[in-house]
Every structure is written in structure tokens, then in C-alpha cells.
Design a protein around this ligand. Structure first.
Ligand code: SAM
Length: 244
């Protein structure tokens, strides 16, 4: 039986799954049936003695390309593929908003590329949406699939204990999150400095704590991620400082 959120993973390395997602929060959610997955081994659809799944690129150039006929067979072996995603550095960047959207889909099929990638024709014919996990190149789509899945799993209902936590988290409201502190209230670090927790946090005044955290989140976002800050300002209709 499949869970409310089911993921098919088309890969040359099925043993990479669930990998780290079998641990901790996502592992418990897997055990409790909050999500399920099935791997489809591309090699099972290869032909010939060498069972190769790739070939040299038309037009020349370095590397190998995954063959469209083999990928199509792998995709077509899945009874209910749902929304099809190809993990690719050329794709739409994965954001918290997109992760939220994908966590609400009942079924996804993730295609993990290797080598130089997948023949464009099968991406077009099977209508894959390309998603990137960042502006860098990995050697395969499997770690990218694991990251996408992790970002979605923690957004599934009843996976993260406190739903408020995800509401305040970085990106959810458009800002980065405020800094966190725990015991001891005063701590002497290895550099010889005594570092105290900001006084406001031990005051017990919840309204002032909330205001302080909001200010911290705003200051952090403004300095570290001016792009996010600008988007937030535009959304709230506030002009940027220095702009009319
Ligand atoms: N030749 C490709 C390019 O320059 O765009 C890179 C291919 S990469 C070596 C092999 C596979 O890793 C890709 O087919 C894709 O599935 C995966 N991959 C690499 N970087 C990725 C990223 N930033 N996001 C998602 N998937 C990625």
C-alpha cells in the first residue's frame, strides 16, 4: 500500500534510497507510513550484453548521454507516475514554496540523471519538469532527489512535531529565521570569551521576545540575502530605503 505522499525514483543507483532519509524525522515518518517510495532501476531496461544505458552525444563533445528509449521504458513501467520531475542544474530552482507545492502532490516521479544528462527528446515527450537544487553541478541526480524529498517530507502533515516551527522557519514567511540560543545562559567559549544569551530571551516577556526575533530576522535577511529582503519589501508594498 502506498502512503499519502508516494515517490517513484528512476535511478541507476537504487541502493542510494532511502539513504539518509531512513534516519531521524524522515525515517520515522517512513516507518509510520506518512510517505513511501519505490525505486525503478534504469539498468533493468537496458538491452544487449553490456546493458549500457548511455551513448555518445550527437554533435560531439565530452561525456555520455542517457538514451531516450531506455528512460521511456523505465518511466512507462510505473503505473501511476503522477507529476514527473527531472533533477537538473538547468531546472527551476527548488524553493520552500516549490517544496510546499510538491509536498501537496500525492505522487511524484523523480528522474535522476548521470553522465552529461538525459536525451532531451524523452524529457519533452514525457513532459518532465526540470528542478535544480542550486547553482552547482553534482555528479548525479540522486543526492538532488534526496534533498528535494527531505524538504518535502518535513512539510507533510504530522511529520514535524510543532506545526508552528515550520511557519517561522527561514523562507516560509519570506525572511531568514532569527538566531537560536539554549542553556547554559552564560558560556565561556574556547576563545576565552564569556558569551551570554541575549537578555530579552530570559525576560519572560513574550511580546517583546517576538518583536526582538522579528527584528533579528529582518536584519539578518537584509544583510545576508538582499534579494529576499527586496522581495519581502515589494510584497508588503514598502519602498526600499533610498528609493521612491
Ligand atoms: N551536463 C549537465 C550540465 O552541465 O547541465 C550536468 C550533468 S550532471 C554531471 C549529471 C546529473 O546530475 C544531471 O543529469 C542531473 O540529474 C544531476 N544534477 C547535477 N547538478 C544538479 C543540480 N544542481 N540540481 C539537480 N540535479 C543536478
Amino acid at each position: 500500500m502506498t502512503a499519502r505522499w508516494h515517490i517513484n525514483i528512476i535511478t541507476l543507483f537504487p541502493e542510494m534510497f532511502p539513504g539518509p532519509l531512513g534516519q531521524s524525522l524522515s525515517g520515522k515518518a517512513l516507518e509510520n507510513g506518512k510517505w513511501s517510495f519505490k525505486t525503478v532501476n534504469i539498468r533493468d531496461f537496458a538491452e544487449g550484453v553490456h546493458k549500457s544505458v548511455d551513448d555518445t552525444p550527437y554533435g560531439g563533445g565530452a561525456g555520455m548521454v542517457m538514451r531516450p528509449d531506455i528512460i521511456e521504458k523505465a518511466v512507462r513501467s510505473i503505473e501511476n507516475p503522477g507529476r514527473k520531475i527531472y533533477l537538473s542544474p538547468r531546472g527551476t530552482p527548488l524553493t520552500q514554496k516549490l517544496a510546499q507545492e510538491l509536498s501537496e502532490e500525492p505522487v511524484l516521479t523523480l528522474l535522476c540523471g548521470r553522465y552529461e544528462g538525459v536525451d532531451q527528446r524523452v524529457l519533452d515527450s514525457e513532459q518532465f519538469k526540470e528542478i535544480s537544487i542550486g547553482d552547482y553541478v553534482l555528479s548525479g541526480g540522486e543526492p538532488a532527489a534526496l534533498i528535494l524529498m527531505d524538504a518535502c517530507i518535513r512539510l507533510l502533515p504530522e511529520v514535524v512535531g510543532n506545526a508552528e516551527t515550520t511557519l517561522e522557519e527561514s523562507f516560509s514567511g519570506g525572511l531568514l529565521e532569527y538566531p537560536h540560543y539554549t542553556r547554559p545562559a552564560e558560556w565561556r567559549s574556547a576563545d576565552g570569551q564569556t558569551r551570554a544569551v541575549p537578555e530579552i530571551l530570559t525576560s519572560g516577556n513574550h511580546r517583546n521576545i517576538a518583536l526582538w526575533r522579528k527584528k533579528q530576522a529582518e536584519t539578518l535577511t537584509q544583510s545576508r540575502r538582499p534579494d529576499l529582503w527586496q522581495a519581502c519589501q515589494e510584497k508588503s508594498g514598502k519602498p526600499e530605503k533610498g528609493k521612491k
